[in-house]
Design a protein around this ligand. Sequence first.
Ligand code: UGY
Ligand code: MN
Length: 247
Amino acid sequence: MPELFGHTRARVGARHALITPDNHVSSSLPGVAGATAVVLVSPAMGANVAQILLSFQRGGSAAFAPSGTETFGYVMGGGATVAVGKRRRRLGPGGYFFCPAGSEWGLRAPRKGTQVTLFQKRYAPLRGAKGPRPVLGDQSRVKGTPFLGDLAANLQVLLPDEPAFDMAVNIFAYQPGGHLPFVEVHIMEHGLVMLSGAGVYRLEDSWYPVRAGDAVWMAPYCAQWFVAMGKVPARYIYYKDVNRPAL
Ligand code: UGY
Ligand code: MN
């Protein structure tokens, strides 16, 4: 519904941000054709990660040359053929890929309406450790575990938890009423998109109603807490930087 009086749930602050689907404005990205690209989180707002929503028309494509940037992609809906280096796979909803820095990746033959969320960051090498390997996977094949033993908050870890990987991407699924057990305050940064359901996100000293399609950025040490509301489970996918020294 068009907003007659200029209201929005969006908020972009110095250390956290909420962007709703009603706020989306696309930009053109080199390497992306036949698609809209909405850059939801980026260094332009103070983040160290970019979170991008790509929405493809039929015949659209993406082609990213090797660089110092690594990319995680998650198919929100539709489907497409994704190539990471020499590996290639048809991914449907819930399919995902990880392309290490120094490798190329591409997407082609998307079904009409295919949407992909990207998390991109500059890779931070770790002395003595090899770089991470490419990953192609599907969320439905990843076993979840109750978060800190809580059956109402299920966590799926999509990437290997190994020193080579400096990014983690996880999916949280909360039963209605399920919540983070405490207010987290930590060095890791988050980019996040709500996949389904609704709830309330506490970010620093503000509480925001959030629902499917909303994107959230949390800077390091942003106090954070979430409770799921409504009659269906709430799910979100989120990025965090991991496995690197604090100094
Ligand atoms: O992994 C995390 O830090 C996670 N528990 N944070 C969050 O969901 N906001
Ligand atoms: Mn957290």
